[in-house]
Design a protein around this ligand. Structure first.
Ligand SMILES: CC(C)(COP(=O)(O)OP(=O)(O)OC[C@H]1O[C@@H](n2cnc3c(N)ncnc32)[C@H](O)[C@@H]1OP(=O)(O)O)[C@@H](O)C(=O)NCCC(=O)NCCS
Length: 317
């Protein structure tokens, strides 16, 4: 058997291959051509590698900037996927070496890698290479089949509308994000909204985020945006979406606004024929987890982000 790792052509020829290997290995965390194209257009500089044995593609790894942290953050994001029949031959290690070298060229000192908690082979692999848990998200899902739309029931003084109805309010959405993102628990560094252009590209206008399902809470006394909740279709799916972000201005917290915004997105999802909504929150995000539990979301396996050193190819015993 001959094994080879090569840089993928993300400009075209290898895009479908990247999607098909990724989705065969982790169907619960799919990607799509649209998502890869969006990623390259919005955050250029990402690199993928293909692992081949005897000329047959059996693995893929991708690395690049972590979208929710500033560009100077000290780590790159990476994913490594090897088809089950090609495992335990050193390909995962070779791909980890390739993404590590790429991150090193970009002056990064670490990698962040997402792993589902129900994948012991992956947890062991990275654990043996110095990776430790950096963040843990409690994932939950809401089955919408047969469910009728809930009453939105906003707190007094609040009107719920959508960004599609009032697109000029995007600046107000950004103002809420600026304070809310800083308060999201997880990791050692708060996530960053970025500047308005980056925020719009990543969290508002990204393909898969429906503007009519992007719910806004307006303070009726002032017209100010005081909260929002958005959805994003799971890559390649028409009937399943993530809750992308739910955020409430600090001075409006503790009054039931997040629950009302979520009920508005659930209603949108039901009216538009979706079958399932999923979301994940940091283990320490007690308020959001309580809102989800009250709305009937059911637990799924935890999603971890592991952080570890760039791999040199040499294992310490
Ligand atoms: C994690 C993953 C990428 C590892 O891929 P892999 O190709 O099996 O990785 P390797 O072969 O390099 O290493 C796996 C184990 O096989 C061992 N191994 C390597 N070559 C071997 C060989 N020729 N014979 C027997 N064992 C071998 C390695 O030593 C390693 O064991 P260790 O961790 O105890 O050292 C793979 O399990 C996977 O795709 N998992 C699902 C996707 C996922 O969760 N990815 C991570 C997040 S994106």
């Amino acid at each position: 058997m001959t094994a080879e790792i090569r840089v993928a052509d993300r400009g075209g020829a290898d895009l479908e291959l990247i999607v098909s290997i990724n989705n065969a290995v982790t169907p619960d965390d799919p990607t799509s051509l649209d998502e890869l194209r969006w990623s390259d257009a919005t955050y250029p500089g990402g690199t993928s590698f293909i692992a081949e044995t005897d000329g047959r593609p059996v693995g893929v790894a991708t690395t690049g900037r972590i979208y929710v942290y500033p560009p100077e953050f000290d780590a790159y994001w990476a994913t490594i996927k090897v088809l089950p029949e090609a495992r335990r031959q050193g390909l995962g290690g070779a791909l980890l070496l390739a993404v590590s070298e790429r991150a090193g060229v970009a002056d990064k000192v670490a990698l962040h890698i997402p792993v589902a908690s129900d994948r012991p082979e992956s947890l062991d692999f990275f654990g043996h290479r110095g990776f430790v848990e950096y963040e843990r998200a409690k994932m939950v899902g809401l089955d919408l089949s047969g469910r009728s739309a809930p009453a939105i029931d906003p707190p007094d003084g609040i009107a719920i509308t959508s960004l599609a109805a009032l697109p000029e309010l995007v600046d107000g959405v950004y103002a809420v994000a600026l304070e809310a993102y800083a308060d999201v628990p997880g990791g050692e560094e708060p996530i960053a909204a970025g500047d308005l252009a980056e925020f719009r590209a990543r969290d508002v206008e990204r393909p898969g985020i429906p503007a009519d399902g992007f719910m806004l809470a307006l303070d009726q006394a002032t017209g100010r945006v005081v909260g929002f909740a958005s959805l994003m279709f799971i890559a390649g799916q028409q009937k399943q979406a993530w809750h992308d972000m739910t955020a409430v201005a600090r001075d409006w917290r503790g009054r039931g606004l997040a629950g009302a915004l979520k009920r508005a997105t659930i209603t949108w999802a039901i009216v538009n024929g979706l079958e399932e909504l999923k979301t994940g929150n940091d283990v320490d995000n007690a308020p959001m987890r309580a809102v989800n539990a009250r709305l009937g979301y059911q637990p799924l396996p935890d999603e971890l982000v592991l952080r570890g050193p760039l791999f040199s190819g040499i294992m310490e015993s």
